[in-house]
Write a protein that binds this ligand. Structure first.
Ligand code: MRU
Length: 355
């Protein structure tokens, strides 16, 4: 964030002694505020309320949530530590059903506990789980860096790029996924200009992506979500890059509601449509997009804009947080292991043995 002409890097996650400070994304960009999470319930609430959001960041937050559960656990409790940690994981898992990174991170944390910490004294379990959560964050940063490098090779020297939602530092705790690719291309001297749809109902594009692009000095134009077709029809979009919340074994993927419409537009106008995501976003246990659970959110998010009513307070509303884009519309997946292009039949083996 620019403060007095100086760039100040804001951390999404800060651990302080025995609690987690989370940058409150629901208040950005108008207010920079951190909330203190002292238990896994606080983290669950922050995820549910989208104070922390973006698939990889949700996973990292949940990992810290498990560490917090260990810090909260009392040896006098009637529950065993193991039961307490598994119950905490259940609470965290139920917060947002679509982003598979959440499940992935929770499984990693429970595995660390079971394989390395189970027989250790409570203090060691606490520091061990905290270390594991920090490692998940550090790994995400390293993965973002690789995604950015692989992805930047796909960006022409001069390009008008359409992205969606927020897939930057705020969404991962690192450089970001789709936005990280754009940032890297810009750093390499490519002349990129980004079209940013505002991303109703919660406005991650207008609030968060605009904020991040401005910080990085990357040229952009904010549009409303219904302007994308206008731009495609005038030849103003060279390519699209988005993130993902869950990618099925056949390459169908869920991402922020509205992504499917952009993919159809890109296909119709014969423009590349790339998806940038870490391997932890792939759910090979799910055959196709039909099996991806779609989160339905509070109707008031649609009836209001940032808490201000814009319609009848009781009007019927539909508010799915994500939609599914079929793999036929995807030009390539940009991962930390490289770029996977169609056909996606060998997706599983590529993820295990890239190149
Ligand atoms: O509801 P959100 O803001 O958590 O949705 C975020 C997205 O859809 C992102 O595109 C996705 O999580 C990828 S973030 C790197």
């Amino acid at each position: 964030m620019a403060q007095g002409g100086r760039e100040v890097a804001l951390e999404v996650f800060c651990w302080e002694k025995d609690h987690l400070l989370l940058l409150d994304q629901s208040k950005l960009p108008l207010e920079v505020d951190y909330i203190a999470c002292c238990s896994h319930h606080d983290v669950a609430e922050a995820i549910r309320e989208m104070r922390v959001r973006g698939a990889p960041a949700i996973g990292v937050a949940a990992a810290f949530g498990i560490a917090l559960a260990a810090f909260k656990y009392s040896p006098e409790s009637k529950d065993s530590l193991e039961d307490f940690l598994f119950e905490a994981a259940k609470v965290l898992k139920e917060t947002r059903p679509t982003a598979v990174n959440l499940v992935w991170a929770l499984e990693r944390m429970l595995e660390v506990y079971q394989k390395r910490l189970k027989e250790k004294p409570l203090d060691e379990v606490r520091t061990g789980l905290l270390e594991a959560a920090r490692q998940i964050l550090a790994d995400q940063k390293a993965r973002d860096d690789k995604i950015a490098s692989f992805g930047a090779t796909l960006i022409p020297e001069k390009a008008n790029i359409l992205t969606y939602c927020n897939t930057g530092a705020l969404a991962t705790g690192g450089l970001g996924t789709a936005l990280g690719v754009i940032v890297r291309a810009h750093e390499e001297g490519k002349r990129v200009h980004v079209y940013v749809p505002e991303t109703r109902p919660v406005l991650q594009g207008a609030r968060l992506t605009v904020w991040e692009l401005r910080e990085k000095g990357i040229p952009f134009t904010l549009i409303t979500d219904n302007m994308a077709g206008y731009l495609f029809s005038r030849g103003e979009i060279d390519l699209v890059i988005v993130g993902a919340d869950r990618i099925a074994a056949n390459g169908d993927f869920a991402n922020k509601i509205g992504t499917y419409s952009l993919a159809v537009l890109a296909f119709h106008h014969q423009r590349p449509f790339y998806v940038a995501a870490p391997v932890s976003t792939f759910d090979l246990g799910i055959a196709s997009g039909e099996d991806i659970p779609i989160e339905m959110r509070n109707p008031d998010e649609v009836r209001m804009i940032q808490g201000t009513p814009i319609t009848d307070s009781q009007c019927p509303v539909l508010n799915p947080a994500f939609d599914v884009t079929p793999h036929e519309l995807v030009s390539g997946f940009i991962t930390e292991k490289g770029v996977i292009k169609p056909p996606f039949e060998s997706l599983a083996s590529f993820l295990e043995n890239p190149f």
